[in-house]
Design a protein around this ligand. Structure first.
Ligand code: PLP
Length: 415
């Protein structure tokens, strides 16, 4: 009872402030499932592009919640939208309409250039929603025989952690011992439009891919790939679904990565930055034809489209539109790439990037663990993703000095 009473009396903040970094790690180790292996940093506070641990050490946040923190930590405009809305209406479920949800749907259509929105919460849910819509479209519009619809996805994909999604991942740890899985998916090499064309059958409902594989190690397909994929889908009456959960909302220097090649999808999964760094907000967005197959009762979510999340997402999009986040991302990303290129770094096998989604791949002559450790000592938060690649995805609101500071710190570790 003491435990609850203390929280009830003093509030959560005071309780958290009394817990040391070491105690917080021990508590998480004891009471949390071990499905992550976090960096040895316990973040207690954040602002803009920076975070602090309990000892007061300041870090450049180059992880940015895996691209979800486009607006930076505690963006005042988004906080205001949250607190204003929190004082008025937060949650109703979908049994009724709300003005905030309606305005959210209109805003997201305007921002993406697509026609209709199905609001969800996490990125994986948005992806699952796209898959369900594509399958229903295949049966009800294209005329694919019952339960025969196929979706073509790409090798090296990452679309989230549900059992359907890990079932067509080719990363062993994501699926080993989690089967049986949903059938109806086949993989082709990423970036190979011909392989996609060859894999299409009369039962193909959709091609489903990330335009750039971020978790896969910041893999950028050859120029012309996205456009060619669009052409192949049109030619074969197959839907094109882009997973823009990580690449969307200006991360790659355009509002959405498909815009680099004008490869407009029929369906798109979005999430992460839509929540303004405050809340999980995601959606499937699509054309009238694709989205039109959903009928009442086909799909839903208790929290999807809640007024609080919608108010935050509307403010997030307004901020991205008004402050030209796409151009910021392009300019800051170029500066980071140039800076890293000029820094005479050792052990760099490849440097890849589009906008402020940058991956630095280190060669096999060195173990990545001590590099990771040195980055932390230098006050730089970045985490290795696949292909021995350290990903740099700081908020899109940081300034040039922040970018130059990243370069300096990386240079101290790798030169
Ligand atoms: N799709 C892509 C491309 C992602 O990068 C991620 C997460 O990193 C997801 C889907 C899943 O999003 P969430 O973790 O919000 O479910």
């Amino acid at each position: 009872m003491m435990f609850w009473q203390e929280i009830a009396n003093d509030g959560v903040q005071k309780m958290c402030e009394a817990i040391s970094d070491r105690e917080a790690f021990e508590m998480a180790e004891t009471f949390g499932a071990h499905n992550y292996h976090p960096l040895p940093v316990n973040v207690v506070r954040a602002e803009g592009g920076y975070v602090w641990d309990g000892s007061g050490k300041k870090y450049l946040d180059c992880i940015g919640a895996y691209s979800a923190l486009a607006h930076g930590h505690l963006n005042p405009k988004i906080i205001k939208a949250l607190t204003d809305q929190a004082a008025k209406l937060t949650l109703t479920g979908r049994a009724n309409n709300t003005t905030e949800m309606a305005l959210f749907e209109k805003s997201l259509c305007l921002y993406t250039g697509l026609d209709k929105v199905c609001p969800m919460n996490s990125g994986a849910e948005a992806v699952e929603t796209c898959i369900k819509i594509a399958r229903k479209w295949a049966y009800s519009v294209k005329g694919v025989p019952k339960d025969q619809a196929e979706i073509i996805a790409c090798e090296g994909n990452f679309h989230g952690r549900t059992t359907t999604l890990v079932g067509f991942s080719d990363t062993a740890q994501y699926h080993d011992q989690f089967g049986p899985f949903s059938s109806g998916f086949r993989l082709v090499p990423f970036g190979d439009a011909q392989a996609l064309a060859d894999a299409i059958t009369p039962n193909t409902a959709a091609l489903f891919a990330e335009p750039i594989q971020a978790e896969g190690g910041v893999l950028i397909p050859p120029v012309g790939y996205m456009k060619e994929v669009r052409r192949i889908c049109d030619e074969n009456n197959v839907l094109l679904i882009w997973d823009e959960v990580q690449t969307g909302f200006c991360r790659t220097g355009q509002r959405f990565a498909w815009m680099h090649e004008d490869a407009k999808p029929d369906l798109m999964a979005v999430g992460k930055a839509l929540g303004g760094g405050l809340l999980p907000v995601s959606a499937a967005v699509g054309t009238n034809e694709a989205m039109g197959v959903l009928k009442p009762g086909d799909h839903g979510s208790t929290f999807g489209g809640n007024p609080l999340a919608c108010a935050v997402a509307i403010a997030s999009m307004a901020e991205m539109a008004v402050q030209d986040y796409d151009r910021r991302s392009e300019a800051l990303g170029s500066r980071l790439m140039e800076g890293l290129r000029r820094a005479n770094l050792r052990h760099v096998k490849d440097l890849r990037g589009k906008g402020l989604l940058v991956g630095l791949e280190v060669d096999e002559s060195i173990d990545t663990a001590p590099i990771q450790q040195s980055f932390i000592q230098e006050g730089l938060l970045t985490k290795e993703t696949r292909h021995r690649t350290f990903r740099f995805t700081p908020p899109l609101t940081v300034d040039i000095d922040f970018i130059d500071d990243i370069v300096k710190r990386v240079a101290r570790v790798l030169s």
